[in-house]
Ligand binder design. Structure first.
Ligand code: DGJ
Length: 743
């Protein structure tokens, strides 16, 4: 890891083990090195100090990269040459007509800025982003941070572009701070936090799209002049798109080729774009969504953006994911549970929905403890008068009709079975039919005089308000103090519609979505730091807020409400593009599956669920003796293997989006153990056997299949492949798991 600064060349070169990222400050006149037919070499007159991006890709030796500017010429163009420069932070008003552009409205009423270079700082380590989730370091030796100071001389806007390179990771973390250095107010109306120009347009775009119960499907399309736009305006990262976008070469696959990716450490609305300009050069950006974001900066005020983690890989898409997984698992997730083995849980939601009482719960818990399950989670319906989803959100008072004596004796009883006790909350919400709403009808996001749009018969608390934040902290903490609660599922079951606040001044209403996120992050910080022993799992109607922002506060996320094993193959495969398996909640649920009606075997459900944070979501009492034995087998297996399942290197091998098969593997940190999982969706009559080619083993090491005792060299498993023989007689929905140990 290094940051090279050449004062002479005015060049910054950020370098980590395999990546270079090179910026240059341009002088007042720039020649792009082209000779016109009349012999003239035109120069572009510029304000001194324009910052351009020369390169992001495979590591380069440090040297003068200024010659790359020649490739951005526009000699024959109708447009101005200034418009074609590879700006590090693009802005309009210079002939740049791309979509992603910083826009800040000034006292004159226009929104143009022109930022020029005003200096830099380099420091060891990485400073936290106040009030925002971000990657971190544990010692200053782990990273170096470059801050480039920029200013707009006309409007007084100042900006700090911050870049961190890590010693142990090929990621670059990037954020922007904007400061109003003028007398008059400025209004930020568009902020792409990371925006990188690329030479050429020969790329595919990858993004993760979906809906409730089918989150994060991998979509890959060629980048064309029509570009690609991926966004959420929902006030949450959302089921529909994830704050992740990547460009890769058309030939890039899971194992080889180049990929460049952005992941936004943010849980609210966002906009990610890939564009091709008329110069036939591309640009990829991610940042605040201008449709639902504005920020007023009074004199001296500043706006700190959330962080973007940029990853370049020349080892295919698995190489890209591996960089995200390792960084997020070790330097985004925090707290006691970061490195601890996660408990195997059972959740009563699909077993009982709202229809439970102490007796029913204890029956499920007792049965679970008998097969070694370690944590019982009581889901929705334990508070207020919530016997269906039309009431009581906000009234975090235990329903003693269902649970006489409250939570403490229930937790005690469950503890006496040798299990931890966990509890569901939906703290950001308020039901119109609740005591809280009757007392504080203005505490929800709304617009006076307009209908308050309900979704799932609920409204959203205005988390931008301090009084609401304090209420939520106190209400949740009070419950957490009232019983031995060691796990919390933090749910959030609707998105924003009227994203405005009764408390905000008119000129600040468009800040509400982001202020909500800042308020939520503050509440989460206060709660998770007050209860460090609690394992928190975030959730949003399944995986509607599966993002890096949440992972900073809560080390795991409920991946999807869809627990059907075949659907989960795709959901978990897609989620792994940016997020580690240690972040993904994955449970065995009942069949016919409640979301798809599909019937799969206990084994296939187990094999899929053990590839994430393993648990159950059913009434074990309703299982056949045979299925219960299989459930017990998985509990035992996961206890043995969870070290590698949570911390090993996860590699996707065969994509469920491309055919009938799916396969992935885990290799332990010390490379002594490897687990191969293979899945087949539909039976294929008269087909020949399949081979799966494992990855990243030691070629000349010997690996023993722990079930059959057969040994293979690493080379055999990787290059000749392992024949996958699914059970006979053939059936739909099969899986196989092989556990190898290095001899
Ligand atoms: C949505 C979650 O994803 C489910 O697991 C469950 O907790 C329900 N909410 C409860 O309302």
């Amino acid at each position: 890891m290094a940051i090279y600064v050449s004062r002479e060349l005015k060049q910054f070169h950020l370098q980590n083990a395999n990546t270079s990222y090179i910026l240059k400050v341009l002088p007042e006149k720039v020649s792009l090195g082209i000779k016109l037919p009349n012999g003239r070499i035109p120069e572009i007159p510029l304000p001194e100090g324009t910052l351009v991006n020369l390169y992001w890709g495979k590591k380069l030796p440090d040297g003068d990269m200024g010659y790359l500017m020649q490739s951005f010429n526009g000699a024959a163009s109708f447009d101005s040459m200034e418009g074609r420069l590879p700006y590090e932070m693009p802005f309009h008003g210079v002939g740049y007509y791309g979509d992603a552009a910083l826009k800040v409205k000034n006292a004159q009423g226009n929104d143009l800025v022109y930022l020029t270079y005003a200096g830099y700082d380099i420091c060891k380590g990485k400073k936290p982003l106040k009030g925002l989730p971000a990657t971190y370091v544990e010692s200053d030796d782990e990273a170096e941070t470059l801050v480039i100071y920029m200013e707009d001389k006309l409007t007084g806007l100042k900006a700090e572009f911050s870049y961190t390179v890590f010693a142990g990771s090929d990621a670059i973390a990037r954020s922007v701070k904007l400061v109003n250095g003028a007398e008059d107010p400025l209004r930020v109306t568009r902020l792409p936090v990371a925006s990188v120009p690329f030479y050429g347009k020969d790329f595919d775009v990858i993004h993760l799209h979906g809906a409730w119960a089918r989150e994060r499907a991998v979509e890959r399309v060629p980048l064309t002049h029509a570009g690609a736009r991926v966004e959420s305006m929902r006030g949450a990262s959302g089921h529909e798109e994830n704050p992740f976008i990547a460009l890769c070469r058309p030939g890039t696959d899971e194992f080889t080729g180049e990929a460049w990716a952005f992941n936004f450490i943010y849980s609210g609305s966002f906009l990610a774009e890939a564009e091709v300009h008329n110069s036939d050069n591309a640009r990829m950006s991610i940042g605040m969504n201008p449709s639902v974001f504005e920020w007023l900066l009074e004199k001296g005020e500043e706006f700190q953006s959330p962080e973007v983690v940029m990853v370049y890989s020349d080892k295919g898409l698995n190489g890209m994911s591996d960089i995200y997984h390792k960084l997020y698992r070790t330097r985004l997730v925090r707290g006691e549970w970061r490195d601890k083995e996660r408990p195997i849980l059972i959740n009563n939601w699909e077993a009982t929905y709202f229809d439970f009482n102490t007796e029913k719960i204890l029956k499920i818990a007792e049965k679970a403890s008998a097969i070694g399950i370690e944590l019982f989670v009581l889901d929705d319906g334990w508070f207020g008068v919530r016997n269906t989803d039309n009431c009581s959100l906000g009234d975090w008072v235990v329903n003693e009709d269902k649970l006489p004596g409250g939570l403490a004796p229930l937790a005690e009883k469950i503890n006496s079975y040798g299990m931890k006790f966990g509890l569901w909350f939906e703290p950001e919400m308020i039901s119109p039919n609740s005591d809280l709403y009757r007392a504080h009808p203005d505490w929800c996001l709304h617009i006076d005089g307009r209908k308050r749009t309900e979704q799932r018969q609920q409204l959203i608390l205005d988390m931008s308000r301090r009084d609401v934040q304090d209420y939520v902290v106190e209400a949740v903490s009070g419950v957490l103090r009232s019983a031995n609660i060691e796990y919390v599922k933090w749910d959030m079951n609707r998105n924003m519609t009227e994203y405005f606040s009764a408390k905000a001044a008119p000129e600040r209403q468009m800040e509400t979505q982001h202020r909500y996120m800042l308020g939520l992050y503050d509440v989460m910080e206060r709660i998770v730091s007050a209860f460090p022993y609690i394992l928190f799992e975030s959730c949003s109607g399944g995986g509607g807020r599966f993002d890096a922002g949440m992972l900073y506060y809560m080390p795991q996320t409920w991946t999807s409400d869809d627990t059907d094993a075949m659907e989960r193959l795709k959901i978990q495969y897609g989620t792994s593009y940016a997020y580690p398996t240690s972040a993904m909640g994955a449970h065995i649920s009942a069949v016919p599956n409640h979301q798809t009606g599909r019937v799969t075997s206990m084994d296939v459900r187990g094999d899929v669920a053990m590839s994430g944070n393993f648990g159950f979501e059913l009434d074990l009492g309703k299982l056949s003796e045979e299925d219960l034995a299989v459930a017990a087998k998985y509990v035992e297996r996961v206890k043995k293997l969870r070290g590698i399942l949570q911390k090993g290197t996860f590699t996707r091998i065969v994509s469920p989006f491309e055919g009938n098969y799916c396969s992935w593997q885990f290799v332990s940190e010390d490379a002594k153990q490897a687990i191969l999982c293979a899945f087949r969706r539909l039976s294929e009559p008269a087909s020949s056997g399949k081979r799966v080619y494992m990855k990243d083993l030691v070629p000349d090491a010997v690996y023993r299949d722990t079930e059959t005792g057969k040994t293979y060299s690493g080379a055999e498993l990787m290059y000749a492949g392992l024949p996958i023989r699914f059970p006979f007689p053939p059936k739909d929905y099969s899986s196989l798991v092989f556990v190898f140990e290095k001899v």
